[in-house]
Design a protein around this ligand. Structure first.
Ligand code: ATP
Ligand code: MG
Length: 337
């Protein structure tokens, strides 16, 4: 069964997508792992690292994207939603033939942009008094009486908890259907902590924070970890009330990306901040890190990971993600890789 890992930071431009993509590609290409990448960001960056707009347009038209899943929930058709339909089998393609055959993708699209608002509106609608309020209440009282006679928990708390869990398990429910087909499912989160991101966290075993070692990012790490811990606590409370068996996501690593070097040395401010975070979080920090490097944009323009490019610069940066992927495997699995 796959391990599910979210790459997250509510701060933008800190290497979440680049890392999700390259660790995913490296797992599939160099470690023979079956990998599913899930793009939950309406910016669609992970999707466009994997493929070109023309192929994505065609896939989207014929199969849908991750936003189809959330729309299915909003339209009350999630139970019959065919998750296999939005699984893209060979998204990464170089030229006509070369593919990363063990890598699959659930692409995103801009339609996801309004979903958090639509999900929130569903909560509001649920709480509103409707025209049929009185009739519904009569029916509800009857159903409640029957449930109570049968010993089923009918409290408002219980109903609210069920709804809360349902709204946070849209992605998890879909992932659970295909989890057995993969070794790793990696989720690229958008730079926020709204409901879609909370869905990614609720579906994940672990989360990994990517961060640039600068002042604002350092402050952000503390806040992010605290916020996720608060979200976990609320979810745990709802699980208890709704009697749902589920575990909460755990922090598995903090990875420094886009680290700057001058000559052979990391610039002093970056170095100091990396040391401070190491002092605070110890082994949670990756020992390896990713330097700022040339080649990412060039590889992205060809919808290929840096590993598949053959110029010197890109081959150098590719080595760093290969090393980080080895450490990722150790962190996620301990010694059994
Ligand atoms: N090691 C690196 N060296 C140089 N440029 C990098 C490196 N890693 C990422 N980039 C570039 O930095 C930009 C931001 O990276 P990326 O999109 O991975 O961040 P993100 O955290 O996913 O951003 P967002 O919050 O917008 O989703 C991209 O243009 C990417 O190509
Ligand atoms: Mg991103």
């Amino acid at each position: 069964m796959a391990k599910v890992i979210s790459f997250i930071n509510y701060k933008g431009g800190v290497g979440k997508t680049t890392t999700t993509y390259h660790i995913g590609c490296a797992l599939a290409r160099f470690h023979d792992k079956k990998v599913l990448l899930i793009d939950t960001d309406p910016q669609t960056n992970l999707t466009f690292l994997c493929t070109i707009p023309e192929r994505w347009e065609k896939f989207k038209r014929e199969h849908g994207t991750v936003s189809s899943l959330f729309h299915a929930y909003l339209n009350n058709t999630l139970d019959t939603f065919d998750m296999n339909k939005i699984l893209w089998k060979f998204p990464v393609r170089i030229g006509a033939h070369e593919v990363i055959s063990k890598l699959e993708l659930i692409p995103s699209d801009i339609e996801l942009l309004g979903i958090d608002i639509d999900l929130a509106a569903k909560t509001t609608r649920r709480n509103e008094t409707s025209f049929y309020h009185e009739h519904i209440n009569v029916l509800r009282r009857t159903v409640n009486r029957i449930k109570s006679e049968l010993g089923i928990d009918i409290s408002r708390d219980s109903r609210d908890a069920h709804f809360y869990v349902e709204q946070h398990h849209i992605l998890k429910k879909a992932i659970d259907k295909v989890k057995d087909n993969y070794d790793y499912i990696l989720i690229d989160c958008p730079p926020n902590l709204y409901l879609v991101t909370q869905n990614a966290l609720a579906a994940s075993d672990y989360y990994i924070i990517t961060t640039i070692p600068d002042h604002l990012s350092t402050i952000g790490i503390n806040i992010l970890i605290r916020k996720i811990s608060e979200l976990n606590n609320v979810l745990l409370q709802k699980y208890r009330i709704a009697r749902v068996e589920a575990a909460c996501v755990a922090l598995k690593g903090i990875l420094f990306t886009i680290v700057h070097k001058v000559g052979p040395n990391i610039v002093s401010m970056n170095k100091k901040i990396m040391q401070d975070i190491h002092d605070k979080y110890g082994d949670l920090c990756f020992k390896k890190y990713i330097l700022w490097g040339i080649g990412y944009t060039e590889a992205a323009a060809q919808s290929a990971p840096v590993f598949l490019m053959d110029d010197d610069n890109t081959m150098r940066v590719a080595e760093q993600y290969k090393e980080v992927t080895k450490e990722f495997l150790q962190k996620v699995n301990g010694n059994e890789i």
